[in-house]
Design a binder for this molecule. Sequence first.
Ligand code: F3S
Length: 284
Amino acid sequence: MKIIKAKTAGFCFGVRRAVDTVYEQLAENSGQKIYTYGPIIHNEEVIKDMEKRGVTVLRSEEELEAVTEGIVIIRSHGVEKRIYEKLNSRQITVVDATCPFVKKIHTIVERESEKGKHIIIIGDPEHPEVKGIRGWAGKDTTVIQSVSDMEKLPVEKKKKICIVAQTTFNYNKFKDLVEIISEKSYDVSVLNTICNATKERQTEARSIAEAVDAMIVIGDKHSSNTQKLFEICNRACKDTYYIQTLDDLDLNQLGSVETVGITAGASTPNNIIEEVQNNVRIIF
Ligand code: F3S
């Protein structure tokens, strides 16, 4: 009987860094009010724990504007440049937990905009990361996510264009859109800014799910990357369980299987994964 836990289960580098930053700030600045601009990750358990320790989650720009002092932590998705400007003009310490891979995109779009290029961001315009990236580029910027968005592109021929991607965008879709844009008569430079963490987690989950009798996917019900992970695993293994914590798992269901795989979404903390793994191990 065997348990296979995915090496890529749980936090990616950027999320781990952001979560650690919050706990470090709590430890180092006990007398100060600590805020995160938006929930630091999509995981109710973690957010509840942070709130219990005194962290306040600011859920809108209005709430951010009402803050007059203390520490505001920027989450891994990053934010628009104007948010830093707003915070820096007050008695507020900004602790930046923007993932360095996202920060790199901010630097690229700001630099290329200053050179006069039109910026194309391939990604979901409603996603906070994309809104943040857009806020570092000039006015001459378009966000596209499908072929139907092509009509939004500039009409001027020979226009200098710089293309970047949302870090979690699907690589094949990105490649197809870049190909279509490149066929138009622009002067195009492409920077593939997709982060491999999501893809690696999905690839590993698929190969484990194909090899086991039952698969457990751990993550918040609202986490879109966990939902995707569940879909992938469920396609490869009929006995796939989507749980938030150990409480959701009926261990009796696993009674007759010989191999169990475990993976988790990018916002699932290690202690939850370990608790599941240890309890599954007990029944084997
Ligand atoms: Fe950063 Fe990639 Fe995670 S961009 S936040 S390491 S998915």
